[in-house]
Design a protein around this ligand. Structure first.
Ligand code: KIV
Ligand code: NA
Length: 265
């Protein structure tokens, strides 16, 4: 089977077929999600929180994400791999955005990049798409601006809906092939989805988006802390890993492991 292409995602929207995206940061997660038929994976800067132990995405560097992007692209051949551009790696202008994206594609092997912002980053999106870099945009709540937005808050409520619509249209106009809508009222996300010809990828944006995305350790229950309201837990990997680690330690202490079948003559 060939690699998923951005035109397949546009065709899916025209046919009214929804699809699911997950983050991936390493080889096993990427392999499993590809086997599960996840068409698009994001090497997200959520890695800051769920892989690197930071409390936000702000400290994540291009080198951090390059390492993970390489692992994910080496481990997949069908899913379309999108690399996030971390905070500080594209805001200063189109040239900076292009240079960072070239690294994600040439060194990382990504097929597309994602950046946060609407009207504000339209020049960057235009530069990238004019020069061979497919761009997924990200509007609504944008975690890299957590401090400017005053914490994790729903965006696009009330008068904010007009700004959200303007941002969504701006990224489409600039050439983005899809747009993430994060933490926006379901009704506003539905309107954006109807008005745009490119797919919307919701996270905390209701059921009417063209696609959905979740951070995989959140949806698989590996996260030990609180998860946002928009997360559904499909497994309890933390519980299962805890059980396995405890059992292993017990068996070593009790002289049960390794048994003869794990030993060499
Ligand atoms: O970094 C990330 O995981 C993301 C998704 C939540 C869209 O940006
Ligand atoms: Na991100």
């Amino acid at each position: 089977n060939a690699r998923v292409r951005i035109h397949h995602l546009l065709q899916a929207k025209e046919r009214g077929e929804k699809w699911a995206m997950l983050t991936a940061y390493d080889t096993y997660s990427a392999q499993v999600f590809e086997e599960a038929g996840i068409p698009v994976m994001l090497v997200g800067d959520s890695a800051g929180n769920v892989v690197l132990g930071h409390t936000s995405t702000v400290p994540v560097t291009v080198d951090d994400l390059l390492l993970m992007t390489k692992a994910v692209t080496r481990s997949t051949k069908r899913s379309l791999i999108v690399a996030d551009l971390p905070f500080g790696s594209y805001e200063s202008g189109p040239q900076q955005a292009f240079e960072t994206s070239v690294r994600m594609m040439k060194e990382g092997g990504a097929q597309a990049v994602k950046l946060e912002g609407g009207v504000r980053v339209a020049p960057q999106i235009r530069m990238l798409t004019d020069n061979g870099v497919p761009v997924m945009a990200h509007v609504g709540f944008t975690p890299q601006s957590e401090h400017a937005l005053g914490g994790f808050r729903v965006q696009g409520r009330g008068a904010g809906a007009d700004q959200l619509l303007a941002d969504a249209h701006a990224v489409q106009e600039a050439g983005a092939f899809a747009v993430v809508l994060e933490m926006v009222p379901a009704s506003v996300a539905a309107q954006v989805t109807k008005e745009l010809s490119i797919p919307t990828v919701g996270i905390g944006a209701g059921a009417d988006c063209d696609a959905q995305v979740l951070v995989w350790p959140d949806m698989a229950g590996l996260n030990g802390g609180r998860v946002p309201k928009f997360v559904k837990r499909y497994a309890d990997l933390r519980g299962e890993l805890l059980r396995a680690a405890r059992e292993y330690a017990d068996e070593v202490r009790g002289g049960v492991f390794p048994g003869p079948e794990h030993s060499f003559e």
